[in-house]
Design a binder for this molecule. Sequence first.
Ligand SMILES: Nc1ncnc2c1ncn2[C@@H]1O[C@H](COP(=O)(O)OP(=O)(O)OP(=O)(O)O)[C@@H](O)[C@H]1O
Length: 251
Amino acid sequence: MLEVTGLNKVYEGHGRRVEAIGDLTFKLADGEFACLVGPSGCGKTTLLRCVAGLLAPTAGEVRVGDRVVDGPPDGLAVVFQEYGRSLFPWMRVRDNVALPLRSPDKRRLVDEALAAVGLEDAHDAYPWQLSGGMQQRVAIARAIAFEPRVLLMDEPFAAVDAQTRAELEDLIRQVWQRLRVTLLFVTHDIDEAVYLGQRVIVLSKSPTHIIDALDVDLPAERDQLTTRSAARFTELRGRVYEQIQQAKLGR
Ligand SMILES: Nc1ncnc2c1ncn2[C@@H]1O[C@H](COP(=O)(O)OP(=O)(O)OP(=O)(O)O)[C@@H](O)[C@H]1O
């Protein structure tokens, strides 16, 4: 379980005070997939950093499992937008994926994770020999190999082309269904949020609070063509779009 309660975050320093997160409370059940959307600068990355234990909240708390987060929690992995910066260029793909692993079973975990993202032929390559989409697959494979209970993703597909993005979206749905991981996925793309999530949480502009949380009652089996052309998909994306417009106006 992932539980955020009364979270508030104020950045202070150099004569500047920014209240990034106003007051956030929400909960994800084990194995739930929720997407967070909100206007640019509303505090999404700040929230993920607090959940990942990389940043201390000003008030409130985050719990992962039964523990209050006060540093990087066990069993939690993060995939960032900038795959270029999260992979080490001097390490081969397999070593990048093996990096966080302590298990004696490292080799099998790396093999399985690279196969799961369709990169079984890239073990010996260096990240800079791969396309952007492939590099992001490596970053996803590293998270999978770690077998996390909670996975945080911060706009992981923002820097790849549209076609690769669609492929990676489907890959993430498969990974989530297979690992039964609790997944919190940040995106500024409304369609992506509705396509991927079981729930979409819409954030206000900063200082952030939740303005809407809607259940995505689309069938669990999703595909780019059928799901995106379903009437219910259009309805849901319309509702989120409206909420975001309101949020930008400062509701
Ligand atoms: N280290 C920091 N020091 C001071 N202010 C910060 C810091 N990090 C973020 N902020 C401020 O906090 C607010 C929220 O930023 P954050 O990056 O969390 O938003 P975001 O929703 O992830 O943005 P985007 O969608 O543009 O990526 C912004 O006003 C930002 O300027």
